[in-house]
Design a binder for this molecule. Structure first.
Ligand code: CP
Length: 305
């Protein structure tokens, strides 16, 4: 039987996502009974890009579930010189799951097509599904329910935005996006059309109006991690900063709103979000990032057979 993968949420139903969210909450509340659940199991973690949270959460999750995680820096593996399909055909005979953070979604798809083990997308240019399981878990933790909640995403339309749209609309959360810039590599017409059919997806450029009735305001970096320090991207980075600055999540924008503030991190203080909001009472950013661990556990427990 082909393994189930998590490249995005296209092959996950709303009920399956809700079960993952509830399992994330359960493993947070009561970790002890699961401390040997993945005894003898191994996870390969392949990184083409930098990471703090994704690496830490999946590695710690495997340790706390009694399994083992192998960190593989793409540059120091034979992935750099061989066909990705051959390397994965080998790798998936020795490990029980693969989590990969790659530059291109097409390579993730090749991995999944060639793998005997489940493949988890640890963030590519189009999607960041494991992040959004933690985000939805955090929303449910804060409010006690998901259906009917209102999320406003303010920033560049990117990988996180896509997964947030997909995740929210599948579990009954209304999402309004305020995205003056679309990162063209991230665009997924099919995902947007699917979201529109739920009636839970909205778009506006009026951030002030959008946040008024929001339960959560979510923002993310304006420049993807692989481009942030790239001198070739300097001009585009400056253009984005100029265009996006009026959309910074700050106290002036949030005045009169009861929304809690989320950010998937890493944070660029003074750009997409102001210092006072990061450190203020509305911020649930660090709880959200802590929840990556419980989401990772739930995903691994669900996919590894
Ligand atoms: N949010 C997130 O994926 O964090 P890292 O890039 O540090 O893994």
């Amino acid at each position: 039987m082909r393994p189930k993968h998590m490249l995005n949420f296209k092959n996950w139903s709303g009920d399956e996502l809700l079960r993952l969210i509830d399992l994330s909450m359960e493993v947070k509340r009561n970790p002890k009974p699961l401390c040997k659940a993945l005894d003898g199991k191994s996870l390969a973690m392949i990184f083409q890009k930098t990471s703090t949270r994704t690496r830490t959460s999946f590695e710690v999750a495997m340790t706390q579930l009694g399994g083992h995680a192998i960190y593989m820096d793409w540059k120091t593996t034979q992935f750099v010189l061989a066909d990705i399909r051959d390397e994965v055909r080998y790798l998936s005979r020795n490990v029980d799951c693969i989590m990969a953070r790659l530059l291109r979604h097409l390579d993730l798809k090749l991995m999944a097509e060639s793998s005997l083990a489940p493949v988890i997308n640890g963030c590519d240019e189009k999607y960041h599904p494991s992040q959004v399981i933690a985000d939805l878990m955090t929303m449910k933790e804060k409010k006690g329910y998901l259906e009917g909640l209102r999320v406003v995403y303010i920033g560049v339309h990117n990988n996180v935005c896509n997964s947030l749209i997909e995740g929210c609309t599948k579990v009954g959360v209304e999402i309004t996006i305020v995205t003056p810039i679309i990162h063209e590599l991230a665009w997924d017409e099919e995902l947007i059309e699917e979201a529109k059919r739920t009636g839970l997806y909205k778009m506006t450029l009026n951030a002030k109006e959008a946040v008024k009735e929001a339960d959560f305001v979510y923002t993310d970096t304006w420049v993807d991690m692989e481009l942030f320090l790239d001198p070739a991207f300097k001009e585009e980075k400056e253009r984005r900063v100029k265009l996006m600055m009026p959309y910074q999540v700050n106290e002036a924008l949030l005045e009169g709103s009861k929304a809690l503030v989320m950010h998937d991190m890493p944070i660029h203080r003074g750009y997409e979000i102001s210092d006072d909001v990061v450190d203020g009472k509305r911020s649930i950013i660090y709880e959200q990032s802590e929840n990556r661990l419980y989401a990772a556990k739930a995903i691994l427990l669900t996919l590894i057979k």
